[in-house]
Design a protein around this ligand. Structure first.
Ligand SMILES: Nc1ncnc2c1ncn2[C@@H]1O[C@H](COP(=O)(O)OP(=O)(O)OP(=O)(O)O)[C@@H](O)[C@H]1O
Ligand SMILES: [Mg+2]
Length: 321
């Protein structure tokens, strides 16, 4: 039409510009509708979490204590997660006096972690009662109770922040001396000092840049930093090599002094020094006693020992060959 003289070139340019003004919003509308439905679905799930009702609440007289002795008693505790699988713990009964070490051993799914969940009051027992220093666990204020419990878990969670902030996570007002002291006691100070920025080294997401054993020792330092009366070590040394395990165990022995400690482990070497060892099977305590007593029992513990010891023997034989 322009060549034929029916349309001015300026009109052609104006026409195309106007067409783009119309087409872009229409194309964008498609994207926007898509994003809107995605956001609506995510928003609903987010609100579900934000509005979820807390089932564990502070009692009316939440006791706030500065210090607890750490006497933990399970009185005939049965616990159900609320799914169809049946009770995760059945009639658990034990008495952990202040400062003593209790070892928990048993096959996977036997209920070891569930016991520690109940001590931190993440769940309420279905039947029976848990007493701390002679008072029911529900009598304590949740925050106060948890400030006396230190946990080191199998998969330690570190934040993408400085090492110093990670150690002081449970007690943000800790001074630098307290942080360094906690790190020293967890045998972490030396490797931290070797890092380019020392305590100010910023870690990656989930502690990237550190090995499993180093992360574990920072997690131990974090647990020490809150100076807890009750210490829970859930498989704290399962993901590390033998030498690191030895170092961590050395660190832990220092930390466990004067605290009621629950050690969960699959390796007998990690818990044989415990004051009492509870052997769990399918949510029940099937055996209890010290390492020596349990070895004489000819039960599950002795079988676990034999399996681990047999491995040990064959390794020794191979080395000799
Ligand atoms: N959050 C949960 N919701 C529902 N059931 C659970 C939950 N956590 C654990 N269970 C169930 O409770 C039982 C005991 O699990 P628990 O985690 O205490 O075992 P465990 O002895 O710690 O095992 P592992 O040695 O593998 O860590 C298992 O049958 C498990 O399926
Ligand atoms: Mg577990």
């Amino acid at each position: 039409m322009v060549i034929g003289g029916n349309l001015q070139p300026g009109e052609l340019v104006a026409f195309y510009s106007l067409i783009w003004y119309i087409i872009w919003p229409i194309v964008n509308l498609g994207f926007t509708i898509n994003m809107f439905s995605q956001a609506k679905a995510s928003g609903e799930r987010l609100l579900e979490i934000l509005e979820a009702e807390e089932t564990i609440r502070d009692g009316e007289t939440g006791i706030q204590t500065e210090k607890i002795a750490g006497h933990v008693v399970f009185d005939n505790v049965t616990f159900h997660y609320g799914n169809e699988e049946g009770a995760a713990l059945k009639q658990i009964q034990f008495d952990a006096p202040p400062g003593k070490t209790i070892g928990l051993i048993g096959a996977t799914g036997s209920g070891k972690t569930s016991i520690t969940h109940l001590i931190s009051r993440f769940y309420e027992p279905t039947e029976g009662e848990i007493l701390i220093d002679g008072r029911p666990i529900q009598a304590y204020g949740l925050k106060s109770l948890r400030s006396h419990i230190g946990c080191v878990l199998q998969e330690s969670f570190l934040f993408s922040s400085t090492i110093q902030a990670n150690i002081a996570y449970g007690r943000p007002d800790a001074t630098m001396e307290e942080i360094v002291d906690a790190a020293k006691r967890a045998q972490a100070h030396d490797f931290i000092m070797e890092l380019p920025d020392g305590y100010d080294t910023v870690l990656g997401e989930r502690g990237m840049g550190l090995s499993g054993g180093q992360k574990q020792r920072i997690a131990i330092a974090r647990a020490i930093c809150i100076n807890p009366s009750i210490l829970i070590l859930d498989d704290a040394t399962s993901a590390v090599d033998m030498e690191t395990e030895l170092q961590i165990q050395h660190a832990l022995r220092e930390v466990m002094k004067g605290r009621t400690t629950f050690i969960i482990a699959h390796r007998i070497s990690s818990l044989k020094h415990a004051d009492e060892i509870l052997v769990l099977d399918q949510g029940r305590i099937v055996e209890r006693g010290t390492h020596e007593e349990l070895l004489e029992n000819q039960g599950l513990y002795q079988r676990i020992y034999q399996i681990q010891y047999r491995d040990h023997q064959s390794v020794a034989q191979n080395q000799r060959c």
